[in-house]
Design a protein around this ligand. Structure first.
Ligand SMILES: Nc1ncnc2c1ncn2[C@@H]1O[C@H](COP(=O)(O)OP(=O)(O)OP(=O)(O)O)[C@@H](O)[C@H]1O
Ligand SMILES: [Mg+2]
Length: 448
């Protein structure tokens, strides 16, 4: 089953090849300037041009900041590491704030390791196994060919077992890694396609390889620095990767790994792929984290840091000072700032249409117009949330589509922020711990 998440309709930034934003594309609507700016950054990251830079996406609530970051992640592709965290996540009891940030940073630096291996690649002509009389050891011969040559290899016990395990038959095209002896079946040779009628539809046909049987092949893996850290930091390091229980990693381990990776880079065995750390709700970081960021961005193996916030001028957490977005000015000075703006009615309507499709909800045009109006009056997010609820109500009355009456009903059932505030004011006396001036609770507390 596919789950529908808040941003599951976002499939990219919706830009064309010249990085110009299309009005509506890949699930993205409007917010053209911000999308274009985000696209330029994605382009620079993919080209490996920037590292250690930081970007701030700032704007009012529900104007698509998180959505744009998700679009950027998709634009980067799978090879560039992208780590996403909410600023509040780093305040955990298990590790210090700076350790949590360091881990997020190192998760976002990929190391592309190149390995050259010798392989034998060809089509199997014949496998011949001789069992000894005692049954213990097996010997055999494997005949493999390319379009240009044919060779017979002697087989030992181990190779015979792995040929059996892979169910290799004459007519298969295989590769054998010479160092490890690992056998991989690439598929069946086209020339043998007619020999077997009763083959499953999942059989893959490949060409018989050309040229030499023995080849050198380059294999590339990308792992993150964090993964290398974890594997090297504990005896059961590899398992810790799966359980997520990595704990704090010693500085010495990281130093050793950095040295090793630099060596690999010099020898041409590895390349660094700087990725992205996305810190959402960045105003939740405190002054220590901010100064850590200042410093960490200057490291020569730093990723690109993207942050998002909806705060205006507010307190910097952990100090009594105020600053724009709750971010100290020395850090702000290092940021490229992308700003998002509130949506217009038409854009809200389009986003709601996309969300209805994503959630598989049928809605009449009148209902959508009303929902759009609600979106303009309250917030985009509130109106998006009403889609599912209205759909449930419509289904309950067995209607084929969500209509105006369903929207009205859920609008009455669920308060938006403004009406909730009004309700607070109207009934303030009945809530606990109410600190509003002139309320009963405060008055009695003062008298006591
Ligand atoms: N331009 C857009 N195109 C399509 N969907 C959008 C767009 N902008 C926002 N959305 C959708 O609207 C909802 C709210 O947007 P989002 O969560 O990105 O807001 P935000 O700016 O991060 O808000 P906050 O400051 O409260 O975190 C999400 O479901 C998001 O996917
Ligand atoms: Mg957000």
């Amino acid at each position: 089953m596919e789950r529908v998440g808040t941003h599951s309709h976002i499939r990219g930034l919706g830009l064309d090849d010249a990085l110009e934003p299309r009005a509506t594309s890949q699930g993205m609507v409007g917010q053209l300037k911000a999308r274009k700016a985000a696209g330029v950054i994605v382009k620079m990251i993919s080209a490996g041009k920037i590292a250690g830079r930081a970007v701030l996406i700032a704007g009012p609530p529900s104007t698509g900041k998180t959505a744009i970051a998700m679009g950027m992640a998709q634009g980067l592709g799978t090879d560039v590491p992208f780590t996403m965290l909410a600023a509040s996540e780093i305040f955990s009891l298990e590790m210090s704030k700076t350790e949590a940030l360091t881990q997020a940073f190192r998760r976002s630096i990929g190391v592309r390791i190149k390995e050259e291996s010798e392989i034998i690649e060809g089509e199997v002509v014949e496998i011949q196994v001789d069992r000894s009389m005692t049954g213990g050891s097996k010997t055999g011969k494997l005949t493999v060919k390319t379009t240009d040559m044919e060779t017979i290899y002697d087989l030992g016990n181990k190779m015979i077992d792995s040929l059996n395990k892979e169910k290799v038959m004459a007519g298969d095209v295989i590769t054998i890694d010479k160092a490890s002896g690992r056998i991989t079946r690439l598929g069946r040779s086209f020339t043998r396609a007619r020999d077997y009628d009763a083959m499953g539809s999942d059989v893959k046909f490949v060409q018989c390889p050309e040229g030499e049987l023995q080849k050198r092949k380059e294999v590339v893996h990308t792992v993150s620095l964090h993964e290398i850290d974890v594997i090297n930091s504990r005896s059961q390091g590899f398992l810790a990767l799966f359980s997520g229980d990595t704990g704090e990693i010693k500085a010495e381990v990281r130093d050793q790994i950095n040295t090793k990776v630099s060596e690999w880079r010099e020898e041409g065995k590895a390349e660094i792929v700087p990725g992205v750390v996305f810190i959402d709700e960045v105003h939740m970081l405190d002054i220590e984290c901010f100064s850590f960021l200042n410093r960490a961005l200057e490291d020569d193996m730093a990723p690109v840091v993207i942050m998002a916030t909806n705060r205006g001028i507010t307190n910097i957490r952990g100090t009594k000072y105020k600053s724009p977005h709750g971010i100290p000015v020395d850090l702000l000075d290092r940021l490229l700032i992308i700003s998002t703006k509130p949506y217009e009615e038409k854009e809200i309507n389009q986003i709601l249409t996309i969300r209805c499709q994503e959630e598989d909800v049928e809605m009449t045009d009148e209902a959508k117009d009303l929902l759009t109006k609600i979106g303009v009056e309250t917030s985009l997010r509130y109106s998006i949330h009403l889609i599912t609820a209205a759909n449930l109500v419509a289904r309950k009355r067995k209607a084929p589509a969500v209509d105006v009456q369903d929207i009205k009903r859920v609008y009455m059932l669920f308060l938006d922020e403004k009406r909730s505030v009004q309700a607070m004011k109207d009934y303030q006396d009945q809530y606990m711990f109410n600190e509003n001036e002139g309320s009963m609770a405060v008055d009695t507390a003062m008298e006591m």
